[in-house]
Write a protein that binds this ligand. Structure first.
Ligand code: AMP
Ligand code: DBH
Length: 547
């Protein structure tokens, strides 16, 4: 069965579908199966209603319960006035309600915009305004932060925003638990429709939104679950934020649900919180960013918790050093290490569970699909010789053809024939595995958290004492990279503390606030007059090496 992306009133404008012939090929190949995310859950709930789907704090939701709650929430949202095609910013910590809300929106055909818990006023306000969101879903408090205060500010700035839905104590807003109605008949979205928006780490002044369809996302989830050998007895522990593409789909929570397994939610990534859950729930698979690996390995050496159920430890989001990779393999007996190099735009690479040690330790894996097209090119888009380092371009059955409403940026971020310019510098091994050698995009990868330099520079330039600004990566033993801002002052430079406070007041997420500030008389320029960031990176790296 195949339904075309819908042309109903309310269907999404501003996104680039795959060309019709390409889409048809992906369907014929059996990648796009004409199923929506909402139907996927329905199907699993029919097959095994009583199996546990999600464990979160004291809650254990069966597939049947999750399915019913999603249906009632769908009906409740409709009654509130949320319509198919509407956008809803969802910013929730690792709690079961994340899945209730997302599946309800999927079934309604309204589109979640998946914000991260770390986002603050600057980011959330942008997401709400850019997408014209009608609702914003939050938890009352988490990690010492009151999201209701943030919601109050957002609501004042966003004319489209009609509803703030709160998990927990709603204050002056609407309790999510009160959004509930008797389910009725609904047409539901088509599988080729955009299901939701992921966020890009980006490299530009404003974050980019990534439209993912039911068809394309489900393919990546299903294929990822196969690569990771998930089955109905698999237990996935989500330790990174649930909304992150890695945690959600590689194979992540959705992969575990697709396989009929169980998702266990850890509120934080620390061993203190995660290890008791691994022991109690007999977790088989989990995913970390590189900075967490040494912390976990140290904690695993003290035999306080039984981690013997772990079959696969995934690491991705930033480059894992081969030394740490080796240590992980030797420390966690019986548990395979898997490197994952992915992006919310699509392409995900995995080392395979039966890959030889050197590939698992030294490479970032190979693509999910035989129809992931990979090109490694020089600055003029000419293919480099195999084994040489170049820019990674990709196109395939689950890689987007354009960001949402970003025509000008899309012209630069995609080739004319639809390849996504990842901004990563890679090298291909004879086995077809990729090794990430660096980055051409203007971004800092702070232990897996991506920071678009231009976005932070724009905020810095808004400070009256800052005449010019350049944000670059500096090496860091713990996080791999941290951010360093080189600033040219107007007059006397203020204390770095003041600059940081200024950014926080502007509502910039904490992880984007520069880790270090260097005042300079001017910024070095390249021969074509651009800021010479290479020189700045070298300068701060040398300074740190001497310290
Ligand atoms: P985003 O586009 O914001 O989803 O971020 C994806 C980017 O994260 C990739 O393009 C890489 O730059 C980086 N990344 C993800 N996984 C890895 C990895 N295993 N090794 C190196 N870089 C990675
Ligand atoms: O960093 C990422 O964005 C990422 C890493 C691993 C990702 O999106 C993924 C796997 O799916």
């Amino acid at each position: 069965m195949h339904r075309e992306p819908s042309r109903r009133p309310g269907a999404l404008d501003g996104w680039t579908p795959w060309p019709a012939d390409v889409a048809e090929r992906y369907r014929q190949l059996g990648y796009w199966r004409g199923e929506t995310l909402g139907e996927m859950l329905r199907d699993r709930a029919r097959q095994h209603p009583d199996r546990v789907a999600v464990v979160s704090g004291g809650r254990r939701l069966s597939y049947g319960e999750l399915d019913r709650r999603a249906d009632r929430l769908t009906a409740g949202l409709l009654r509130l006035g949320v319509r198919p095609g509407d956008r809803v910013v969802v910013q929730l910590p690792n709690i079961a309600e994340f899945f209730e809300v997302c599946f309800a929106l999927f079934r309604l055909g309204a589109l979640p915009v998946l914000a991260l818990p770390a986002h603050r006023r600057a980011e959330i306000s942008y997401f709400c305004q850019f997408t014209g969101a009608v609702a914003y879903v939050i938890a009352d408090r988490d990690g010492g932060f009151d999201y209701r205060e943030l919601a109050g500010q957002i609501q004042q700035e966003t004319s489209t925003l009609k509803h703030v839905l709160v998990v927990g104590d709603p204050g002056r807003f609407t309790a999510l638990s009160s959004v509930d109605a008797e389910p009725g008949e609904l047409p539901g979205p088509a599988p080729g429709d955009v299901a939701f928006f992921q966020l890009s780490g980006g490299s530009t002044g404003v974050p980019k939104l990534i439209p993912r369809t039911h068809d394309d996302y489900l393919y990546s989830v299903r294929a990822s679950a196969e690569i990771c050998a998930l089955h109905a007895d698999s237990v996935y522990l989500a330790v990174l934020p649930v909304a992150h593409n890695f945690t959600l789909s590689s194979p992540g929570s959705l992969g575990a649900l697709h396989a009929g397994g169980r998702v266990v939610l850890s509120p934080r990534p620390s061993p203190d919180e995660a290890f008791p859950l691994i022991e109690r729930e007999r977790v088989t698979l989990t995913a970390l960013v590189p900075p967490l690996v040494p912390v976990w390995l140290d904690a695993a050496r003290a035999p306080r918790h039984d981690l013997s159920s772990l079959r696969v430890l995934q690491v991705g989001g930033a480059k894992l050093s081969p030394e740490v990779a080796r240590r992980a393999r030797s420390t966690l007996a019986g548990c395979a290490l898997q490197q994952v190099f992915g992006m919310a735009e699509g392409l995900v690479n995995y080392t395979r569970l039966d890959d030889p040690e050197d590939l698992v330790v030294e490479t970032q894996g190979r693509p999910i699909s035989p129809h992931d097209e990979i090109r490694v090119v020089d600055d003029e888009d000419r293919d480099v010789e195999r084994g040489q380092v170049g820019h990674l371009l990709t196109r395939g059955p689950y890689t987007i053809r354009g960001y949402y409403k970003a025509d000008a940026h899309n012209a630069a971020a995609f080739t004319r024939d639809g390849f996504y310019r990842t901004g990563d510098l890679v090298r291909l091994t004879p086995s077809g595995h990729l090794i990430v050698e660096g980055r051409a995009k203007d971004q800092i990868n702070r232990g897996g958290e991506k920071i678009a330099a231009a976005e932070v520079e724009d905020h810095l330039l808004a400070h009256p004492s800052v005449r010019d600004a350049a944000l670059v990566a500096m090496p860091d033993a713990l996080l791999g990279e941290r951010s360093c801002a080189f600033l040219v002052p107007h007059g006397r430079p203020p204390a770095p503390r003041e600059i940081n406070a200024f950014l926080r007041e502007r509502g910039v997420a904490r992880y984007k606030v520069p880790d270090r500030i260097e005042w300079v008389d001017s910024l070095p320029k390249t021969s074509v007059g651009k800021v010479d960031k290479k020189a700045l990176r070298r300068r701060i790296a040398e300074e740190l090496a001497q310290a």
